[in-house]
Design a protein around this ligand. Sequence first.
Ligand SMILES: *Cc1c(COP(=O)(O)O)cnc(C)c1O
Length: 446
Amino acid sequence: MSAVPQHRVLRTEIPGPESVARHRRTTAAVSAGIGIGLPVYVARAAGGILVDVDGNQLIDFGSGIAVTTVGHTAPRVVAAVTGQVADFTHTCFMVTPYEEYVAVCERLNALTPGDHEKRSALFNSGAEAVENAVKIARRATGRSAVVVFDHAYHGRTNLTMALTAKVRPYKDGFGPFAGEVYRAPMAYPLRWPGGADACADQAFDAFVDTVRTQVGADRTAAVLIEPIQGEGGFVVPAPGWLRRVADWCREHGILLIADEIQTGFCRTGDWFASEYEQVVPDLVTTAKGMAGGLPLAAVTGRAELMDAVGAGGLGGTYGGNPVACAAALAAIDTMVAEDLCGRARQVERLFRPRLEALRSRYDTIGEIRGRGAMLAVELVAGADDPTPNPALTAAVNARCHRAGLVTLTCGSYGNVFRFLPPLAAPDALLAEGLDIFAEAFEAAQR
Ligand SMILES: *Cc1c(COP(=O)(O)O)cnc(C)c1O
């Protein structure tokens, strides 16, 4: 990290001429289906800074979508990956196993909520982990239905598209989708028709009603929940709702799958966001923050569920690649050694007052929400009009990008800023990024 000073440097316009040149090659070589948020080409990165091919240093408030939680080129991760690449890069764990895979599973079994006996299986992507969690739940319960929620995001494969709520761009034209997926209303306090105070109770009743009338509790294998929703808008469910859903599932023999792919690994100030409501899921999916930037995903769950699948029923050629496993072990060591859960809570204390100050001046900020270093700003039309404001969101986002701050947006209505800074970014860098965001916001409002 020392190699890259932790502050913004602007040498050219953003994107600069070298990035523009590379982007011409991209449009000629890469499918237009791969959308690009900010066509700035990265040469190196460290801590909370991305260095582009024009020599600009951009402040990263996105961590490549909640992945580089331990910081870019975190020293332990770099050393572990470098060492593992020289030792061996692949055997296929299903052919001839290796210890790194086992060690990652042991850490997952110990770190995920609940002190029951657990097992894990490793995969390459979040979507693959979600698919496998559903396979395991169906196999273990002998039931087929899966219940998901409005605004949910679970991936882009066929089954996970069915589980995902938002049609554009994720599902448009890609059907038909996998069956036996049912959707219940999300306990989204800002947008709950009966108001935020009634949200937890009414959303719980609506969930139970959906399962009873449209699915059948005895046909439901699993309820799949993001404890704080990611792509769908960083929706923090009304307090108590998650707990009640979890308890109801247990009473009815329905498995609770927590999709902690975005929320996991210190991001929300706990190892896993389920812990905040003292919820112990039966199965947990993880990916993003786990391996410091290398592709790795997992399903962790109750031993009797995970072992209900016959040998060969789970797996894949690359799942639990040794280099990715070495990275994960180093990333987890970093989280423990540097108390990154505590750091995420510090980040919240730094961000919240700054964002609330902005909100007190602009009634287009409808809500500040989130936990730890997973924070969101939802933009609306005005004080008494919660109509989503995607135009202002896009305008502020473009200004942030031009000013060298990598921001991400999300939400079913495209009107939510989400802040996911690397937890290695120093306070001064985070403060500099917040200054840029505030300036961009003020300028876009004028
Ligand atoms: C990103 C994400 C996924 C999909 O992960 P990929 O690695 O992109 O397939 C699934 N669930 C949640 C909650 C996510 O944030």
